[in-house]
Design a protein around this ligand. Structure first.
Ligand code: 7PJ
Length: 268
């Protein structure tokens, strides 16, 4: 299995949505062909990892059945595996995790931090790496008045509890990265504060993954639609790396790679 966390950072994780609305009509086969081409392009553009997701976790998104998610993700994973880059799978379902692990995924990227029943055990029984993300609430209601007494402490405490839950079933720390979950049960102010205070999240000693690409916080600041957020995404991602993030989960791989190459040229 290819490791992601052992790679030298900063790393670019290219987002590959395996949801039917992400690619134009044409049916399952044509969609898969388009998705594969998109993955190839992201690798050519400098992606270190491809993150395949078959469940939309946008605010208000509908749930997807296990069978549907398996159909969206696994054939695509098998095709993309041949491109030779490590693959992470964005899922919260233990059955999808199990199939993804068997199909050669390197990382389970779970916005629910392995809280689904059986998820910890599936990961523990494998050698796969995992991203534990913080979310307040669930996608359907998470943006309805998110509140925190002490945002950074609560996010840290939650992630630390999940790291402990992993330890309890035998998932080693060396297999874990953490993510503050930008936009998941957070207001603009919360998102800004988490990014500003990102260095305090590195105190766990585990690598950080940040996903801010095209997110609504950027639209709220700039008043631009989702297709006009590339510069903002690169800027926010670069700040995250400067504050300690090791992996950026992004749509715009080439622009992000260029920004990080400049960063590294200056820092090294
Ligand atoms: C994230 C994610 C994120 C991790 C999504 C979107 C929403 N996984 N999956 N971190 N976001 N680890 O990309 O806008 O921030 S889906």
């Amino acid at each position: 299995m290819l490791s992601i966390l052992k790679l030298n950072g900063p790393l670019v994780m290219g987002i590959l949505n395996a949801t039917p609305d992400s690619f134009s009509d044409g049916g399952q086969f044509q969609r898969q062909e388009q998705a594969l081409q998109h993955a190839q392009q992201m690798i050519a553009d400098g992606a270190d990892v491809i993150d395949i997701g078959g469940e939309s976790t946008r605010p208000g998104a509908k749930a997807v059945s296990v069978d549907e998610e398996l159909q969206r993700v696994i054939p695509l994973l098998e095709a993309i595996r041949e491109l030779g880059k490590p693959i992470s799978v964005d899922t919260s379902k233990p059955q999808v995790m199990q199939a993804a692990i068997e199909a050669g995924a390197s990382m389970i990227n779970d916005v629910r931090a392995l809280t689904a029943e059986g998820a910890l055990e599936v990961v523990a029984a494998s050698k796969v790496e995992v991203c534990l993300m913080h979310m307040q609430g669930q996608p359907r209601d998470m943006q309805q008045q998110p509140t925190y007494h002490n945002l950074v402490t609560e996010v840290m405490d939650f992630l630390q509890q999940r790291v402990q839950a992993c330890a309890d079933v035998g998932i080693e720390k060396s297999r874990i990265c953490l993510d503050p979950g930008i936009g998941f049960g957070k207001t603009l102010e919360h998102n800004c504060r988490l990014l500003k205070e990102l260095p305090s999240l590195t105190s766990c000693g585990l690598p950080l993954l940040v996903g801010v690409s095209r997110k609504s916080m950027l639209g709220q600041i700039l008043g631009v639609e989702v297709d006009q957020r590339m510069v903002a995404s690169v800027a926010a991602g670069l700040i995250a790396v400067a504050k300690g993030a090791k992996i950026l989960r992004v749509h715009d791989v080439l622009a992000t790679r260029q920004a990080l190459d400049i960063y590294q040229a200056i820092e090294s």
